[in-house]
Write a protein that binds this ligand. Structure first.
Ligand SMILES: *Cc1c(COP(=O)(O)O)cnc(C)c1O
Length: 481
């Protein structure tokens, strides 16, 4: 399996090359040259693998279709080490829970940081350690977080050989729980840098450091952001696991509703569907930041400035442009790299928007790719959390509530189960739960009292040079040659 760029670059890469890279050299995102097709017989085999050998085996079999530069035995061991009941709380790893007629929740948030990002990041941590060890290299991950991504990355990389994490976050702006999750880590290779500024300042610093190519090469700076293909690939697995749990035979279909921000999660659903997994609809649920809903309704993709990006009570979906969206557009345009490039590097840069409303390819998007969309607001979120608690005794988090609200509007065929992806546990967003229910959500035992643990964090001004100096002091430069 070789990988290509969505912007038409001639290079073809192998999995382990793109594993440690971010964007393609032309600024595009990597995708496999073709999507491996799952026949009915193969799906039956996967079903059996999940039921008899578990999630790790399912992951191994799906990843094997895309990774041919890691020996099978090693990949199998990596999957077995990643997807354990110990790390993810249950043997099923992503259990389905029935909510109401034909509507299910797929639990993706029982990993170490209680959000679905653990599903991919835990695998990434083990893949990085493996590949860096094989190459005798080191990697220094520099990131910016407003909460979920940073903690997932830190918990995935803690104690890993060859990897250090430098994670910037806006000083004093994350929830007490999120700060405690990150700052209580005492591992030598994890560095929390609290920037006196807002999230955008953190992101600007990461960009500035990454654009200093000499520094980046000398200190082997890398990222783990959501455009990483390995993260997306890891997420494809739980669409299969959800399908297998909700159905008994391959003649059945299911639909998924996915709380979306950067389009990473639902893009994995798109890949699963392209492989032939019997998915009827992929419903994109957004919050007040409705860039994606607007596109699927109108064909116009209009990115927002930071002034038009709302701070909401489902903050992990507060995005102004969806960094993985280019992958879907590339497929929608018949994998035309030149056209994709024109839209994402020219039109978006110049006008901040592009318009496919008159294009027959867009008119076909729902039918051909199953995409639908909807939007949820703060009031919807509160009402959905309250209603779900009162009717079923189930407390859902704010992002999942956006999903449930939109799922109900799109669940049109009683014969097709609708699976809502649960993307976080409510304890991470306790304030809004209290607002909805009048009481705090349950806290998993392992997080009792984490706010009182000693904190390991370095506060500094929003100054690129100081961040660079900190990195220099804390890591050895890459070996010459
Ligand atoms: C990251 C995140 C999302 C959005 O996922 P994307 O892949 O960016 O679309 C939704 N909910 C939660 C809780 C998240 O952490």
């Amino acid at each position: 399996m070789k990988y290509l760029s969505t912007r038409g670059h001639a290079d073809r890469k192998q999995f382990c090359d793109i594993l440690l890279e971010g964007l393609a050299p032309d600024g595009g995102l990597y995708l496999p040259e073709t999507y491996p097709k799952i026949t009915a017989a193969a799906l039956t085999k996967l079903r059996k693998a999940y039921h008899e050998q578990g999630y790790a085996e399912l992951a191994f079999q799906i990843l094997s279709l895309y990774i041919d530069d890691i020996p099978a035995a090693d990949l199998k061991a990596i999957c077995a080490k990643t997807y354990t009941a110990e790390v993810f709380g249950t043997g099923e790893i992503v259990p389905l829970r029935h909510l109401e007629d034909g509507l299910w929740l797929e639990a993706l948030s029982n990993g170490p940081t209680l959000a679905f990002k653990d599903m991919a990041m835990q695998l990434l941590g083990n893949l990085f350690e493996y590949e860096l060890g094989r190459r005798g290299e080191q990697l220094n991950i520099l990131g910016a977080t407003s909460g979920d991504t940073g903690s997932a990355a830190e918990y995935a990389m803690r104690g890993k050989e060859g990897v250090r994490v430098f994670m910037t976050s806006p000083h004093g702006r994350m929830s007490a729980f999120q700060q405690a999750q990150m700052f209580s880590l005492q591992d030598e290779n994890i560095h929390n840098i609290a920037i006196e500024g807002v999230f955008d300042d953190c992101q600007d610093i990461v960009k500035a450091v990454s654009n200093d190519h000499a520094f980046k090469a000398k200190y082997k700076i890398g990222t783990v952001n959501s455009i990483n293909w390995a993260r997306l690939l890891a997420q494809v697995v739980y669409y299969f696991a959800g399908y297998i749990q909700a159905t008994e035979s391959n003649s059945q279909k299911v639909s998924f509703t996915v709380p979306s921000g950067n389009f990473g999660n639902v893009c994995a659903g798109h890949v699963a569907r392209m492989m032939g997994l019997p998915i009827a609809k992929l419903v994109v649920a957004t919050n007040e930041n409705d860039v994606l809903d607007e596109f699927f309704r109108t064909g116009v993709y209009r990115v927002r400035g930071s002034a038009d990006t709302h701070e909401t009570s489902s903050p992990s979906m507060d995005i102004s442009k969806a960094s993985n969206f280019e992958r879907f557009i590339f497929d929608l345009l018949g994998r035309n790299g030149q056209r994709t490039k024109a839209l994402f590097s020219a039109a978006l840069q110049t006008y901040g928007r592009f318009d496919l409303s008159a294009d027959p390819l867009f008119a076909d998007a729902a039918k051909k790719y199953g995409f639908e969309s909807g939007k949820s607001t703060h009031a919807d979120r509160l009402a959905t959390i309250k209603d779900t608690f009162e009717r079923y005794g189930v407390t859902i988090d704010t992002h999942t509530a956006d999903g449930v609200k939109v799922a109900r509007e799109h669940h049109s065929d009683a014969k097709v189960p609708m699976i809502v992806l649960e993307t976080a546990l409510p304890i991470k967003f306790a304030e809004t739960i209290v607002e909805a229910l009048g009481h705090a959500p349950e806290r998993p035992a392992k997080f009792a009292g984490i706010e009182d643990l000693p904190k390991r964090v370095h506060v500094m001004p929003a100054d690129v040079e100081q961040v660079k100096a900190y990195i220099e002091r804390h890591c050895a430069p890459a070996a010459q040659g």
